[in-house]
Design a protein around this ligand. Structure first.
Ligand code: PLP
Length: 367
């Protein structure tokens, strides 16, 4: 079975094999591995030693995003969220349920947010100290440009939190040039091609020092993660962590370097996304996005009229393909991931499986 889901992703056998061990994280052998992981992640995001730190948090991306919102915004503080997809709505919900105020900037989910739209919204809402932005909107496949939008945030004298969960390791991020970013958040799976279990924030040390006490949570306080690192070293874990997921991530990061780094990975994903976009369109299925707006991470298609979605998923599974089990766009769609340890052969296989599944469901006109 091939996973073409925008998380969890298909992993390399070597990544999975790295998990075949029982390890106590305080053993000497693990600490340097974990230190290396944190250094490598900082470098991938363009972070600067002494200015930024790679702060870990066990669990899913949602937990890390909540931790970042709690840590960098005080209770009652206001965050502006450009809402052009499901993951932006989730950011807004995480902030609201943490007792932060949210101003939503509603935008179409078929294109990236523009810097001028964000600048106007920031000007209209001076109470918003922060902007929270999804870099790759996994709900539809569009991409928001954190560098361009960050420039507007910087010009307005505000701060920024970036959800890079489905972008980090593939799409560009240069924190050295983005002093407005308090934290960029991502997980061990998705474009890093590890297994789920861990999140990381690349966070500014000066902002951590200024934000002590905001979080009103011990588990979700990135300041506490930082204090723990200061006291116990870069190779130490706060609480019991999925050590096996970190061992897998170490191998996954080695594979990323061997592939040629972030830009090479982006090129592979972009080629896969373009192949899917065109190949499934050629079956008579309408892509949700114009090709110009199509990001490299996930490709979304309108459901052909009359499609029984569950039967479609089951038919795809019979052909060895797992795609996302739900859609979040206004119109009914289905989503196929272009990320993970997959390439042209898997894309051709996926296009063939989708065509076969549609024919089996009697939607031969679409197929
Ligand atoms: C997957 C994803 C998340 C959530 O990550 P989980 O690990 O599922 O909690 C958040 N934001 C984006 C953009 C994502 O793609």
């Amino acid at each position: 079975m091939i996973l073409l889901t925008p998380g969890p992703v298909q992993t390399h056998p070597d990544v999975r094999a790295a998990m075949d061990a029982d390890v106590a994280p305080w053993n000497a052998g693990f600490r340097p591995v974990y230190e290396r992981i944190r250094r490598r992640l900082l470098a991938i995001g363009g972070g600067v030693e002494g200015t930024h730190a790679a702060l870990p948090l066990q669990g899913a991306g949602h937990m890390l995003l909540e931790a970042a919102l709690r840590t960098f915004l005080p209770e009652g503080g206001t965050v502006l969220v450009p809402v052009n997809g499901e993951y932006a709505r989730r950011l807004a919900r995480l902030a609201r349920e943490s007792g932060r105020e949210v101003v939503e900037l509603p935008l179409p989910d078929t294109r990236g947010a523009r810097a001028d739209e964000v600048a106007a919204a920031l000007a209209a809402h001076p109470q918003a100290t922060h902007l929270a932005l999804v870099q790759s909107e996994t709900g539809s496949g569009i991409v928001n440009d954190p560098a361009a939008i960050g420039a507007a945030v910087r010009a307005a004298g505000r701060r920024m939190i970036v959800d890079c969960v489905s972008a980090f390791g593939a799409l560009p991020l240069d924190l050295a040039a983005m002093p407005e970013v308090d934290a960029a958040c991502f997980t061990s799976n998705k474009c890093l091609e590890g297994v789920p279990g861990f999140g990381f924030a690349l966070a500014r040390l000066d902002r951590l020092a200024a934000c002590e006490g905001n979080a009103r949570s011990w588990s979700l306080d990135l300041c506490d993660v930082w204090r723990h690192t200061e006291a116990n070293g870069w190779g130490s874990l706060r609480f019991t962590g999925p050590v096996q997921a970190l061992l897998a991530l170490d191998v996954a990061l080695e594979r990323l370097a061997a592939e040629g780094g972030r830009a090479a990975r982006l090129a592979r994903y972009a080629a896969s996304a373009a192949r899917l976009h065109r190949g499934v369109a050629a079956l008579g299925v309408r892509p949700y996005l114009d090709e110009a707006e199509q990001g490299p991470v996930v490709v979304t298609f309108h459901q052909p009229p009359g499609l029984d979605f569950d039967a479609f998923l089951q038919a795809l599974a019979r052909h060895g393909l797992t795609i996302s089990a739900y859609w979040t766009t206004e119109a009914p769609t289905f989503r196929v991931g272009a990320i993970g340890c997959v390439g042209p052969a898997e894309m051709e296989g996926a296009i063939a499986a989708i065509g076969a599944a549609l024919r089996e469901l009697g939607l031969a006109r679409a197929a």
